[in-house]
Ligand binder design. Structure first.
Ligand code: ASN
Length: 316
């Protein structure tokens, strides 16, 4: 048993009704997940940053979301969609080998995603960035993390899991890896969810065309050195990330190729131009999706007390 292990069972016994005991079960799993993350990253020598919530610049994302702006003393802020740019700047500035953030993300998704079971417009992303790392270094760290989390939850929540009929097999390294191009050929555009139903353990899918900051393979234009971690049993995406492009000319070209306005990214591009960004790899893992997978909930709304589901009225 590791040093951070707490006896949490007794603390939650005041809640008695069926509904509250279900949510308490998921929150207990979440508590163990969070402790496991801190414990694992502490052992690995990563440091934790506090989240940035307001910034003039945030992740443009590669899928459509509504934008919300906050005007304040002549400046226009956005709410964080992911801390990608802050991570890249921090890892280049701090000289540490790796960092992580429990980062609240606001993504005002379209209402079609209401029944996806895995989207919330407000969620927490464990955002990680490793200095000078390759995709393989990052994937290996995440495999260790997943094994650490699953083992801890299995051990600390044994009673609750048995009561709910949940078994959590602890996967072994290395996880299976598939290339998105091969999967698309085999399964069509919905390859991610199809293969997720077939797999027994978490697995990787690599090489997605997406945001400009994910590294394009210098030898194979149109291919990317990036990855998604997927859960099995149809639970779908867990984490997405990649090695990063940090060269000014490459970033500028890729922003233009995506019909985005370089002006929106000016201070970030200035840093790139000065050579102040560095080689790194990272990714972001959704905490609520992880808890949903571990507690086998059909909809992600069931793992949080104040869910914000796309297109649904919010009371609290
Ligand atoms: N956080 C992710 C990354 O590090 C990006 C994302 O959430 N879109 O690549």
């Amino acid at each position: 048993m590791n040093t951070l292990t707490l006896k949490l069972v007794d603390k939650y016994e005041f809640m008695t009704s069926q509904a509250s005991s279900q949510i308490v079960m998921t929150l207990k799993v979440q508590t163990e997940v969070l402790l496991a993350i801190h414990d694992c990253f502490y052992q690995q020598g990563l440091i934790q940053l506090m989240p940035v919530i307001l910034s003039p610049i945030t992740d443009p994302l590669c899928h459509p979301v509504y934008n919300a702006y906050i005007n304040y003393f002549g400046q226009r802020f956005q709410l964080t969609k992911s801390m990608i740019f802050h991570k890249q700047i921090a890892i280049a500035t701090l000289g540490v080998k790796g960092l992580y953030i429990m980062s609240p993300n606001i993504r005002l998704e379209v209402s079609d995603l209401k029944n996806s079971g895995k989207h919330l417009i407000e969620f927490t992303q464990l955002d990680i960035e490793l200095k000078e790392a390759t995709a393989q270094d990052f994937m290996s760290l995440i495999e260790d993390l997943i094994i650490h989390i699953f083992s801890r939850v299995k051990d600390s929540c044994r009673e609750e899991l048995v009561k709910s009929g949940i078994d959590i097999p602890v996967p072994q390294k290395p996880f299976n890896i598939y290339c998105s191009w091969d999967l698309r050929e085999e399964f069509g555009d919905d390859f991610g969810s199809k293969i997720s139903f077939q797999e027994k353990d978490p697995f990787w899918i690599t090489d997605f065309e997406r945001e400009f900051y994910d590294k394009e393979d210098p030898e194979r234009k149109g291919h990317y050195i990036n990855y998604d971690l997927y859960y099995p049993e149809g639970f779908g995406e867990a984490l997405s990330g990649g090695e990063r492009d940090f060269d000014y000319e490459i970033l500028l070209r890729k922003i233009k190729e995506r019909n985005q306005d370089p002006k929106r990214f000016e201070p970030y591009l200035e840093l790139a131009k000065k050579g102040s960004l560095i080689k790194s790899a990272g990714g972001g893992l959704g905490i609520e999706r992880l808890v949903r997978f571990l507690t086998k909930k059909k909809h992600i709304r069931d793992v949080t007390l104040f869910p914000k589901v796309p297109g649904e009225k919010v009371d609290f």
